[in-house]
Write a protein that binds this ligand. Structure first.
Ligand code: PLP
Length: 338
């Protein structure tokens, strides 16, 4: 019914990824409300399984999960110390000299970490900034030093080895925990693991962790069915015309719920107990139509996300990635947690 989220599968995926990096501690990335699945529900289960390090993008996200975690859980904020952020009980990952000086002035003695830019050019201190700040920053006692890979989901990409070399060079002689790998980096092998790994999407059943257990099932209630005659159209813009007498089912969700409109005519299906029913016509704001002519019996609900069509299959049809499908999942679904 609605959006089913299997917390035990998230825990099992975390354990499986942690086991692939046995020399490192495994954190859990729960930004964007746990990739759209509900961080407040997810973090206590991961804590119970042994996770002590969590990553969010924004201080506000950290404050939202702080009450759901014991005091010894470390909540790291990837955007670092932004002006006006409430970092009480959180650990900012400092991205620039400016953030460093702001943080030390406003939070003296409070824990912080450092992000270095090893080549992605998105967040983190550049090599030149780091070499001038390094002694002062290390003297202030960061909890760990991290960087992030741009192409870890492409094992053959030369940027991986280049970033690894850059990170090693920038952290040479540093006696602190180091962290480079997210889900993709874990799968690149032990050279990339260092002391702390930061899996995100793999916890939630997404690629590049091909062995992940499925976490999400999205079942949409059928509101109505009808027979359409040859030549009749379905949906906005009359983009689909029936070629034969067909039965069309209308389900109660649409692009306002994260079922991307580009899925119209993409070859994506809704599934009736594992049987594909092609989406026909346009996805509208609150409704999707599918061809169910071939079903002997129509179930009360049709699935958009299920083992037969996991998040990355939906993403392929929509020309995007599993991450975006997950984080687009709407707030109108009835959510249930297994
Ligand atoms: C999002 C993110 C992660 C997690 O990445 P996945 O690919 O989802 O595993 C780890 N580290 C940083 C800095 C991130 O931004």
């Amino acid at each position: 019914m609605g959006l089913q989220i299997d917390i035990q599968a998230i825990v099992a995926n975390w354990q499986a990824l942690a086991a692939k990096a046995p020399t490192a501690r495994a954190a859990a990335v729960v930004k964007a409300d746990g990739y759209g699945l509900g961080a407040a529900k997810i973090v206590p289960a991961l804590y119970e399984a042994g996770a002590r390090d969590f990553f969010v993008a924004l201080a506000r996200e950290g404050q939202a999960i702080r009450p759901h975690l014991p005091a010894d859980a470390r909540i790291n904020v990837l955007s670092g110390h932004m002006e006006g952020a409430d970092l009480t009980g959180l650990v900012p990952v400092i991205n620039s000299p400016e953030q460093f000086f702001r943080d030390r002035a406003m939070r003296p003695g409070k824990p912080f970490a450092i992000q270095l830019d090893s080549g992605m050019n998105r967040l983190g201190m550049e090599p030149a900034e780091w070499s001038s700040l390094r002694d002062e920053a290390l003297a202030a006692g960061p909890a760990f030093i991290m960087s992030h890979l741009a192409c870890a989901d492409e094992p053959e990409h030369p940027a991986n080895a280049m970033q690894l070399a850059a990170f090693r060079e920038m952290t040479e002689g540093v006696d602190l925990p180091l962290s480079l790998a997210a889900t993709g980096g874990i799968l690149l092998g032990k050279d990339y693991h260092f002391d702390l790994v930061r899996p995100g999407v793999g916890l939630y059943g997404g690629m590049p962790f091909a062995d992940a257990l499925p976490v999400v099932r999205l079942s949409l209630p059928v509101i109505q069915t009808r027979l359409v005659e040859p030549g009749e159209i379905v949906g906005y813009g009359a983009t689909w015309t029936s070629d034969a007498p067909r039965r069309i089912a209308t389900v109660a969700a649409g692009y306002a719920d994260g079922i991307l409109r580009i899925l119209s005519g993409s070859g994506a299906s809704l599934y009736a107990d594992g049987v594909a029913c092609p989406i026909v016509g346009r996805v509208s704001m609150d409704l999707v139509t599918a061809d169910v002519t071939h079903l002997r019996q129509l179930p009360a609900e049709l699935d958009l996300i299920c083992p037969e069509q996991p998040i990355d299959a939906v993403a392929d049809r929509a020309g995007t990635i599993g991450y975006e499908i997950l984080t687009s999942l709407g707030h109108r679904y009835e959510r249930s947690y297994l």
